[in-house]
Design a protein around this ligand. Structure first.
Ligand SMILES: Nc1ncnc2c1ncn2[C@@H]1O[C@H](COP(=O)(O)OP(=O)(O)O)[C@@H](O)[C@H]1O
Ligand SMILES: [Mg+2]
Length: 347
């Protein structure tokens, strides 16, 4: 069993559902209330997870309940990813809705999609509610660790101590192979890491970023935590800040693009864009055109949970991340639970 992932996946779903993109898409496709309900139910369940994980070793019913919960949470994540991808593909945000009129999406019928999705999301909501109700049978201890966390995505950074990363050796090697591949024609090319929320995409990107071979290979390395919504100007500011360790002060776009190109042009660089949600091709194209001046061998890693987002970047290949092995998941769960306990004790 992989409870290790369960805690993190539930947390990420909650965060994702609070994101700007999900809220906008949810309201446009009329499933806002259902999504809100799913979010609340997951928070309720999350509060008893730690106790449940402890109880399951001597309580078979709790173990069965956890097993059912795990299946449902993974299903929920799949469904939400499918919903997001499809909704965005069909012009899910107000910005894209106009494009739909141009007939790009004419072969699909939005009414059928809306009906089908709201039916599936409702069924998922009911399933999770029922599981949440069942928890009452076991009188599990509630522990509300981070009630505020659902509203904000925490800004990520480039560092992870190597000894904190479990497994992922092979994933790291595979990514580094893509980064160093001498046969890539373009000067600057994109390597997306795709996988559901909480799976460890950011951790893997950090692990790669801090690898000695990578450090030696690239002349310049930059890490940008991309916020949602995706604003090209804000991303450029963050890239410059990462490259120069100085935040540019309130420049106009034209000055910014000059400064950006001055920093990266002619250098073999590695840029990580962590947690990208942007599905707007024009915005991506706009940003990419400014990044093209890097020397041959430059690479952009993006992490994202939506395959569509990765496809938009015209990558050399998409790296799909899988879950950890069962043993590794357990150790990870212990690590996360342990971190939580220490934090509780400190507060
Ligand atoms: N291989 C790993 N080793 C140790 N901790 C991990 C590993 N993968 C993920 N984690 C932990 O799980 C949580 C979610 O991982 P993260 O990299 O943020 O996922 P993602 O970016 O896919 O949403 C974080 O707390 C992270 O530290
Ligand atoms: Mg991440």
């Amino acid at each position: 069993m992989a409870e290790g992932m369960l805690l993190a996946v539930a947390q990420k779903i909650i965060e994702d559902l609070s994101s700007w993109t999900f809220q906008e898409v949810g309201s446009l496709w009329d499933v806002e209330a259902e999504l809100d309900n799913i979010k609340n139910t997951l928070s309720t369940i999350q509060a008893v997870l730690q106790d449940a994980a402890e109880q399951q070793s001597h309580n078979h019913q709790v173990r069965d309940w956890l097993e059912k919960l795990k299946v449902a949470v993974y299903e929920a994540d799949d469904l939400l990813s499918e919903f997001l991808t499809e909704a965005l593909r069909r012009g899910g945000t107000s910005e894209n809705l106009a494009k739909k009129v141009r007939g790009f999406f004419s072969s699909s019928n939005p009414l059928v999609f809306r009906y089908d999705m709201s039916r599936k999301i409702k069924a998922m909501r009911q399933k999770l509610n029922a599981i949440a109700e069942d928890r009452k049978k076991f009188h599990l201890k509630e522990c509300h660790v981070e009630p505020h966390v659902s509203m904000d995505r925490e800004e990520t950074h480039s560092f992870v101590p190597n000894e904190n990363v479990l497994g992922r050796e092979d994933d790291k090697k595979a990514i580094i192979k893509l980064l160093l591949d001498p046969n890539v024609e373009e000067n600057v090319s994109v390597v997306p890491i795709v996988g559901i929320g909480g799976l460890g995409k950011t951790t893997l990107a950090q692990y790669v970023y801090n690898d000695d071979i990578v450090k030696k290979h690239f002349e310049l390395k930059m890490w940008v935590c991309v916020s949602d919504p995706f604003e090209v100007k804000a991303v450029i500011e963050k890239i410059i800040a990462s490259a120069t360790s100085n935040k540019p002060n309130d420049l106009h776009m034209d000055e910014l693009q000059k400064q950006l190109r001055k920093e990266i042009d002619g250098k073999k660089y590695l840029l990580v864009l962590d947690d990208v949600w942007n599905q707007n091709y024009n915005k991506w194209d706009n940003l990419k055109s400014l990044l093209m001046g890097g020397a041959k061998g430059s690479r952009i890693i993006i992490t994202t949970r939506a395959k569509l987002v990765a496809e938009i970047t015209s990558p050399i290949s998409i790296y799909t991340l899988n879950g950890l092995s069962i043993d590794q998941s357990w150790s990870l769960f212990e690590q996360i639970a342990f971190r939580k306990t220490t934090r509780d004790q400190q507060s």
